[in-house]
Write a protein that binds this ligand. Structure first.
Ligand code: AMP
Ligand code: GLY
Length: 426
């Protein structure tokens, strides 16, 4: 089978790496990919918003399956576009209607309400309803949670401790701070607990539970400072025991897949459910219609069965007969980022230590924001490299990832030293 993975980050590197190990994979292409994926796949340069050119490449390269990494092309309707053009192409990623679970927070909340899926109480307001929205906030207890309805590059959620600040934030959202994405705002109850990410592969009838993971979103150690795309991840999450995961499956995963089927969504792909564990009960914070980054890097390392076989079954609607084999080991991913990230940062810094043989097979280095300049690999983004280790225990995996990172350097390199350390005592 010929495969094309769309995207260029750590998530797509990890997906492509895992798929490259399948006996079913013949030619593997990454679009646009990065210098890391070039070592096991063929990179094809093309803009991810140019669906016409993507279709042309798919046809020229005789691609059988497309795996869409990021959410934007899905929300913009790439799956519908390609299904119309090439009905036999297998596409992993939902159509535009299913992608609204991520593309519109208001749609996702209403969907959860329709299927009695536990989530924070909420109301949605449009800019003409500023006064009603402020009155609604008066009834809530702080902190106040405001969410721009549309995609806002991961920045559309504001949590404020004071009502005055929340009012200002709301006004600025309605005034266009996030463009059209903020023309509607979801205001919801604050949930306190510990977060985790749950991943499901569905063909819109059946589903397969993938390994769960925890993401570390803040830039600073001890979860301080601004939010980032994710500074590291671990899998499995020690507090997500069998009892908790059975609640997740019964109360959230089953009704979500049922809702997808009941609404006739064209949904073959991943569902990433961001959850809060509130005193042992799971609540949905958000849906994403793709894998998480850097959760995916840790998750794929723990899938011992053939992911490509599972994706093929999802595309053919035969997921009910698939069995996933998950490693009992732990994986830890640490992201090396460029100094200044998530604010402004420099680019083009040469990276050393990429080829150093660590002598340990269980460490994989996934490229994220890298590029080739002359004979060198240089930084080209905020999140530069994801180092993932698989070991018998969480602590051993942590140690291995940090040992590998210690021999990598580029100007301004930064990484959190505490990924997974909060989970060592669970
Ligand atoms: P998102 O950009 O949707 O991933 O949200 C960013 C972060 O805001 C989440 O990872 C949570 O930490 C936090 N968050 C979102 N909604 C809530 C909520 N209702 N209660 C508490 N924290 C929340
Ligand atoms: N790591 C969070 C995300 O991918 O949205």
């Amino acid at each position: 089978m010929n495969l094309l993975v769309l995207g260029s980050g750590g998530r797509e590197s990890a997906l492509a790496w895992k798929l490259s190990r399948s006996p079913l994979a013949e030619h593997l292409y990454c679009m646009p990919g990065n210098p890391g994926t070039a070592s096991f796949a063929t990179n094809v340069n093309c803009s991810l918003s140019d669906f016409e050119s993507i279709a042309q490449h798919i046809s020229n390269l005789s691609v059988d399956m497309l795996v869409v990494g990021p959410e934007n092309p899905l929300v913009e309707g790439i799956t519908d576009f390609l299904h119309e053009r090439m009905p036999s192409l297998m596409v992993i990623g939902p159509g535009r209607d299913g992608a609204r679970l991520e593309g519109s927070k208001d749609f996702a909340k209403a969907f959860m309400t329709r299927y009695s899926i536990p989530t924070a109480a909420y109301r949605t307001f449009e800019s003409s309803q500023l006064e009603d929205a402020n009155a609604f906030m008066e009834q809530l207890k702080p902190p106040f949670v405001l969410k721009a309805d549309g995609l806002a590059a991961g920045k559309g959620v504001i949590i404020s401790d004071s009502i005055e600040e929340a009012r200002q934030e709301l006004a600025s959202m309605f005034e266009g701070r996030f463009g059209d994405a903020g023309s509607k705002v979801v205001i919801e109850e604050y949930l306190s607990g510990i977060e985790l990410s749950v991943f499901v592969l569905t063909d819109s009838k059946d589903y397969l539970m993938l390994p769960n993971a925890k993401d570390y979103k803040r830039i600073g150690e001890g979860d301080t400072g601004p939010n980032t795309g994710g500074m590291g991840s671990v899998s499995p999450v020690p507090f997500a025991d069998d009892l908790f995961m059975s609640k997740v499956e019964e109360r959230i995963v089953k009704p979500t897949v049922h809702g997808i089927a009941a609404e006739g969504m064209d949904y073959c792909g991943f569902i990433f459910i961001g959850l809060m564990n509130c005193a042992g009960d799971p609540y949905v914070i958000e849906y994403n219609v793709r894998m998480g980054d850097p959760e995916c890097e840790s998750v794929v390392r723990r899938i011992d069965s053939d992911l490509l076989e599972h994706l093929q079954a999802a595309a053919k609607g035969t997921l009910s007969s698939e069995k996933i084999v998950v490693s009992p080991k732990s994986s830890v991913t640490v992201m090396a980022v460029s100094g200044g990230y998530p604010g402004s940062y420099g680019k083009g810094f040469p990276i050393s230590g990429l080829d150093t043989d660590s002598g340990e097979d269980d460490i994989v280095l996934f490229h994220a924001g890298t590029a080739v300049s002359g004979a060198e690999v240089v930084t080209s983004g905020g999140r530069v490299l994801a180092v993932t280790s698989l070991a018998d225990s969480l602590n051993e995996a942590r140690i291995a990832s940090y040992r590998r990172l210690s021999v990598i350097s580029f100007e301004g390199i930064f990484y959190r030293n505490d990924i997974g350390s909060d989970l060592l005592d669970f």
